[in-house]
Every structure is written in structure tokens, then in C-alpha cells.
Write a protein that binds this ligand. Structure first.
Ligand code: NAP
Length: 292
């Protein structure tokens, strides 16, 4: 399988370390990023560079996409020198971006028309799991395609799950990110509530992370808070996008509406490019009356 030529579009926070792991596993990888310069480190690690999605598609058996959102993925297909301007016959497109199940189905239909395969394969885990090849990959599409792509998934993750037809991967991803949103909002509100009662932030972080309420995410994000480091591993704007997508998929639980408002308001207040744990700073800056 690692004799296959892979093409990778999107070298953001996640794409970059994921490509490094594919190269380490012995895959031949051609990369493309809209903004030039992000590929230079990967070139040193052995990657080839394409000038456009079209050129990348022409030299790849499997085309992998890891970009921001629904519009970005669609644009990569339809723009001038986009994927659809290449011959895709016999190729496989794997979209690892977090998008709506509907977008995944539309892209699968486009690929089918071009006699190409398609899988939605969004990932759970942020930059550190991406660096350590410890991502969880949630896939939708044909099971036979999943089995063929499994060695690729094994090079970037610790677990790849086949969940059902096209859109199943995207659906599972929206569900787990809803849980992430609830967890981070609760974490931030708890720290601020304790602080208002006179409990030091570090003490509250210790109480949370030494007890049954701790999780991988509370431990990782506690480090960000302690180090006052809000540089994005997972930008807040992406979680705001995912909660909106979950809402559009019919999620209408008691918590969803206030959660969605909180992240959308944090986005409007300028925290979108910060790490998602900047929700703490957004909440801390609210006037006292809005905290009630
Ligand atoms: P990121 O750092 O913001 O990078 C976004 C990438 O998308 C960049 O390469 C960007 O290119 C590209 N892009 C955006 N709009 C584009 C367009 N119209 N045409 C072509 N390329 C475009 O994002 P990320 O953190 O790597 O996340 C990528 C995806 O994975 C998102 O869907 C996110 O929700 C999901 N995800 C992220 C994490 C995480 O912890 N970061 C974890 C799991 C899943 P430029 O360089 O030109 O801007």
C-alpha cells in the first residue's frame, strides 16, 4: 500500500504533522497548500510539491484533504485548477476535514460521477495526537474502500473506525465535538465560578485534574491556562463552526443553544484565532450581569 502515491491538500495545524507521519511510514506524498511557504519543512522531510489541486491529483492515487470547512473543501474541487479539472478516474479522495454529512455526500456524488472513490474521514485529537500519530479516524463510505485505505489511516492514527455509509464519519465527528464544546464550557465556567468564590485557579485545576472529572482535554487545556498560552492548536473558530454544523444536523438539546451562543459570541468578540480554551478568557471578560 505504501507504494501508492498520496496527495495531501491543506497544511494547517493538523495537516502538517499528519503528512510528516505519512512520510515517516514510507509513503510518497505530494503536498499542496493555498498559501505558499507552509510546505517547505515537509519538502525537507521528503515531500513533493504541487502548484494546484489539479496538478496534485494528476500525480496521486489517493488524494487527502485537510482544510478548514465545507466551503474550503468544495472550493478545492470546483475552483480553477481544482480537483474536478483533473481526471479522477480510479482515484480515491479522502476528506479528513470536519464538514457536514451533507457536504460529504455531495462530494461523494461528485467523485462517483468522475469514477473516483470517496471517504469522509474526520479525526478526533488535536495537534499533539496528530504529531504522535494517535488520532482517532472516523470514516464513512464503502467498507472495501476503508479496508484498502486502512494502512494510510494506521500511519496517522491509533484507531480507524468504519462507521457506515458516506456521512457517517462526519456525523460521529460532530457528535464528539459537541461533547468537547460542553466539556470546555463546563471546565471554563467551573474555574471562573471557583475563582469568584475566592479559590485560586491553580488549586481548582488540581482538584479537577486529580479527580474523577479529569479528562485528556482538561489536562491538556490546564497546561495552556497555567502557561497563559492561547496559541491555537484547535482554533476556537473551528469549534464554533462544528457546533453550528451540529445544530444544522438537528441537534436541539437544552445545552446546545446557550453553548452555540457562547462560542459564536466569543468568535464575534475576537477570540476565533486563539485556541479553543480561550473560551475561558471570553467568559472572564463578560460583564458581571451577563455571567448570571
Ligand atoms: P487550520 O490550521 O486553520 O488550517 C486550515 C487549512 O485549510 C490551511 O491549510 C488553509 O490554507 C486551508 N484552507 C482554508 N480555506 C481554504 C480554501 N478556501 N482553499 C484552500 N485551502 C483552504 O486548520 P486545522 O486546525 O489544521 O484544521 C483542519 C480541519 O481539521 C478543520 O476542519 C478542523 O475543524 C479539523 N480539526 C482540527 C483539529 C485541531 O485540533 N486543530 C482537530 C480535529 C479536527 P491557508 O494556509 O492558505 O490558509
Amino acid at each position: 500500500m505504501n507504494k501508492l502515491n498520496l496527495g495531501w491538500i491543506g497544511l494547517g495545524n493538523m495537516g502538517n504533522p499528519m503528512v510528516k507521519n505519512l512520510l515517516k511510514a514510507g509513503f510518497r506524498v505530494t503536498v499542496y497548500n493555498r498559501t505558499k511557504g507552509k510546505e517547505s519543512e515537509l519538502v525537507s522531510a521528503g515531500a513533493l510539491v504541487a502548484d494546484s489541486p489539479k496538478q496534485l491529483a494528476e500525480s496521486s492515487d489517493v488524494i487527502m484533504i485537510m482544510v478548514s470547512d465545507d466551503n474550503a473543501v468544495k472550493q478545492i474541487f470546483t475552483e480553477e485548477n481544482g480537483l474536478l479539472s483533473a481526471s479522477l478516474t480510479g482515484k480515491l479522495v479522502i476528506d479528513l476535514s470536519t464538514v457536514s454529512p451533507q457536504t460529504s455526500r455531495e462530494l461523494a456524488a461528485l467523485c462517483q460521477k468522475e469514477n473516483a472513490g470517496f471517504m469522509d474521514a474526520p479525526v478526533s485529537g488535536s495537534v499533539k495526537p496528530a504529531q504522535d500519530a494517535q488520532l482517532i479516524i472516523m470514516t464513512g463510505g464503502e467498507e472495501a474502500t476503508f479496508n484498502k485505505a486502512k494502512p494510510i489511516f494506521d500511519a496517522i492514527g491509533k484507531l480507524a473506525l468504519y462507521l457506515g455509509k458516506t456521512g457517517a464519519g462526519s456525523s460521529a465527528k460532530l457528535a464528539i465535538n459537541y461533547f468537547l464544546g460542553v466539556t470546555l464550557q463546563g471546565f471554563a465556567e467551573t474555574i471562573l465560578f471557583a475563582q469568584n468564590l475566592g479559590i485560586k485557579q491553580n488549586d481548582m485545576l488540581t482538584i479537577i485534574n486529580e479527580g474523577a472529572c479529569s479528562s485528556g482535554v482538561t489536562k491538556t487545556k490546564a497546561q495552556n491556562i497555567v502557561n497563559n498560552n492561547y496559541k491555537a492548536a484547535f482554533p476556537l473558530k473551528h469549534l464554533a463552526k462544528d457546533l453550528k454544523l451540529a445544530h444544522e444536523q438537528g441537534l436541539n438539546t437544552p445545552l446546545l443553544s446557550p453553548l452555540l451562543n457562547s462560542y459564536q459570541d466569543a468568535l464575534k468578540a475576537g477570540y476565533g484565532e486563539d485556541d479553543v480554551i480561550a473560551i475561558l478568557n471570553y467568559l472572564a471578560a463578560l460583564p458581571a450581569s451577563s455571567k448570571k
